[in-house]
Each structure stands twice: as structure tokens, then as C-alpha cells.
Design a protein. Sequence first.
Length: 239
Amino acid sequence: MIKNIVIVEDDRDCANKLANLIEQFFHNAGLPFSLKTYNSSLEALEKRTGFEDLYFLDIDLPHLNGMDLARKIREKDEKVVIIFCSNLAQFALKGYEVGAFDYIVKPFDYSNIAHRLSRVLNVDLHRQSKKIVLKVASSENVVISHDSIIYIEKERNYLVFHTAKDDYWVRGSLHEYEKILPKDLFSYSKKGVYVNLAYVEKTTGDTVIVGGKELPLARQRKKAFIEELFGFFDRKEGN
């Protein structure tokens, strides 16, 4: 679980703003965290414990810049998540040299910090406990399990996550969540409708009943959908 976070930023105002935004995100999500802030690379290396989960590194640091600091960190820890921060986007590509997860161009705001943290947590939660984080409003984040999702549908500029508890409207693309959610559990009944196969009750012609809801089943998807559905129940019975 991503919990121990480190900011390395020599500009105290930037560091404080970033820390406040990170704290806001984790408080809104109801998730535990610890946060440390260092004003130099040397201090960050000296006080490294080996239990860090996520670093926010400024690129333009004195004595040892953020990129070189990342290389030092990578020598000791290949799995820790690194997000670079800078005023210049031109350094973004260099981040891949040290396996950076993402890159943020200053100035910081809640939206771009929450988006990056949601992505980090989604990857981590998926690996650890099969959960994802949904940013459902400008200051609200909801953690849901894969199993609770009945289906997801595209609705104009939003995705609607229909769950056993509630419906959640979020901005994003289905492709983004398709990469996170298990492919053996979800299938498209048509473009823009991603169905949890565990909730399928029956298929009838050009529709499928999912959690009591009748959804369209596109002709070009029907054969593949039914094959994936049978495969799901075969695996379930095999377990």
C-alpha cells in the first residue's frame, strides 16, 4: 500500500503547497499516509529509511539534481514510485531513464496532484487488494473493489461506474480502466459499455441482463462476449 511519501523540493513555498495538496487528497480518500519533506537531495539520501513508497522530486535541486537523485535512489530501490516536478516539460522524457512513474509541470494544483495520486494508488491497489480509486468530484475520492462494479458505461464526457452500492460519475477513458481491471472479469457488450461478467444473468438476442439491468449487446460483440462469459464461468467452476 502506498503510504510513506517523500517530497524533495528546495523551494519552501512549493514544498508546502505540494504537501498540503497531498494531505488533502489522502484525507478525502480516507487513507492512511505519512509525509516527509526535505529541502535538498543530500538530506533526502542521508535520511532515507528504505520504507519509502513514493517520491516527489524537484528536477532543479542544488548540489545533486533530481534526476541524479533518482538514479541514487534506484540503486537501492527498484520499486519505489518516482514522480518528477519541474517548471519545464522538456525534462519529462528523461524521467523514463530512471523509471519515473509520471511528471508534473508546476505550478501545482489539486486536480493534477489528485490525478497522479489516483493513478499511483490504482496500480498499487490493483496489485495488492484488487481495488481502484475513483475521483468522483473535485475534492472527493472513493475506493471501490473490482467485484463491486456491475458495469461501466460511457456517458458523454464521463464514465459511470454502476456498483452494488451506488453510481459514481468520473472523468476519464474506458481504455484507462480497461488496463487496470482484470480482463478475465470484464468484457464489452458494446462500445462504451464494460460489463462485469459475474453479474450477467442471461443474454437474449441483442441484449444482456446484468445485475437486473437490460443492456445492449452489439451484433459484432455478441460472439466474443458469449465466449468470454463461458470462459469466466468455466474458470469459476474450475476453482
